[in-house]
Design a protein. Structure first.
Length: 278
């Protein structure tokens, strides 16, 4: 262990969720969320991350045509128990039938437990899109259903479906996410049917439920691929959508019936159903 580590305290005046998404995609380590922003800790200097946050903030201001206050303060500190302090900051979470808990916390005897290791991946259940996707899985997945998790990330959604008795495939274009999914599945004592690097277009059959928690633009790009792997009457869970882009996304899914809309903060998860052939 190095003698010192770096701590970057970040405060933002608005759109904290968007900054969280940026950090999740950028950082090789986890980060702590605070009421005002984030705390990032690393044994490596965080000046590059600080610069990236400034660039992201500037681009966001231009895109949204508004002023966003960003404050970053980096400090070099003596290395002691910051890993332990970080672990203690990650709390367990109840989401409908599920109890999401860090590996170092005790499970809940009354709920379906999903153990997560925040150091492995960013899908911990705390982000609104992950939480609302888990709510949808809790409600719509039945034992014996076939499901594919497209853009699986940490694998938390597929693991939830597996624990409900579904047969689950998963895919992601990022090999790190694929490996994280496999590691998290092993940690939770469940097994996916198939997990692969690449898109859902490589799937060999169709599914009762298709889940895609990605971002709005990608959901429009892969709309045809998602619909091709759905059985007639299948349920489609679309998440990762800022509510202001909901209508844009729905233009690509006009042939699907809207079953439910799950809003949370400035995000929305859409539950659609593929029509049955006559």
């Amino acid at each position: 262990m190095e003698e010192h580590y770096f701590e970057l305290v970040v405060k933002v005046s608005a759109h904290k969720n968007l900054f969280a998404d940026f950090l999740s995609d950028t950082l090789p380590v986890g980060f702590e969320e605070t009421d005002e922003g984030f705390i990032i800790r690393s044994e490596d200097d965080l000046e590059t991350i600080e610069w990236g946050l400034e660039q992201f903030c500037s681009a966001l201001e231009k895109a949204l045509d508004e002023t966003i206050e960003l404050e970053t303060v980096q400090t070099k500190l003596k290395n002691s128990d910051w890993v332990k302090n970080y672990q203690e900051s990650i709390t367990s979470l109840e989401i409908d039938k599920f109890f999401i808990h860090p590996v170092w916390n005790e499970p809940n005897e009354n709920l379906i437990n999903i153990a997560i290791n925040p150091a492995l991946a960013f899908g911990t259940g705390h982000h609104p899109t992950t939480a609302s996707s888990l709510k949808a899985i809790s409600k719509y997945v039945k034992e014996g259903d076939s499901l594919i998790d497209v853009g699986c990330g940490s694998g938390i959604l597929g693991i939830g479906a597996l624990k409900l008795g579904a047969k689950v495939d998963a895919c992601d274009t990022d090999i790190i996410s694929v490996n994280n999914t496999l590691e998290n599945a092993q940690m939770n004592n469940v097994s996916f049917e198939n997990v692969w690097e690449g898109s859902c277009s490589l799937a060999e059959h169709k599914y009762d439920i298709v889940v895609a928690n990605i971002v709005a633009d990608v959901l429009t790009f892969i709309a045809n691929d998602l619909k091709k792997v759905m059985k007639d009457g299948a349920v489609l869970v679309l998440s990762g959508i800022l509510d202001k882009y909901e209508n844009k996304v729905m233009k690509f899914y006009k042939d699907c019936e809207m079953v439910e809309r799950i809003p949370q903060d400035e995000w929305v998860t859409l539950i659609l159903k593929k029509g049955t052939k006559k």
